[in-house]
Design a protein around this ligand. Structure first.
Ligand code: AMP
Length: 113
């Protein structure tokens, strides 16, 4: 199976605006931002969808959420932001490498549609 665009970003095969990386995950700005602050946090491990998680991934997902809180602070949105994971095509997922959208810097509306 060929690599997704996010695996190419993780492997630095294509450029991106990376704001964090560690041994488990990488965060970079969304190329088509939907809010003043919009970045994606992705595991280095190639998990296609949230629905494909297994019990062994639980520490990884906890780590990613800790990173999200640190980056929300760093990006100045800690007071209010939204975390979104689209799981599956019918939910709007277009890149099949698990990712968490983090959006902030403007009022968020509900329901998201
Ligand atoms: P989703 O529709 O939930 O799968 O989200 C995929 C997101 O990846 C979209 O918000 C895209 O704008 C974003 N995206 C696609 N290609 C890139 C890229 N090369 N660099 C940064 N973000 C990207």
């Amino acid at each position: 199976m060929s690599d997704t665009i996010f695996m190419k970003i993780i492997n630095k095969e294509i450029p991106s605006d990376i704001i964090h990386e560690d041994d488990q995950c990488v965060a970079f700005r969304d190329v088509n931002p939907q809010a003043p602050v919009h970045f994606l946090v992705v595991p280095r491990k190639a998990i296609p969808r949230l629905q494909d998680l297994s019990p062994e991934d639980e520490p990884l997902i906890g780590h990613i959420h800790s990173v999200i809180t640190l980056l929300a602070d760093k990006e100045g949105i800690a007071e209010g932001y939204r975390v979104v994971a689209n799981s599956g095509a019918s939910a709007g997922q277009s890149v099949f490498h698990l990712h968490f959208h983090v959006l902030g810097g403007r009022p968020m509306h509900w329901p998201p549609g």
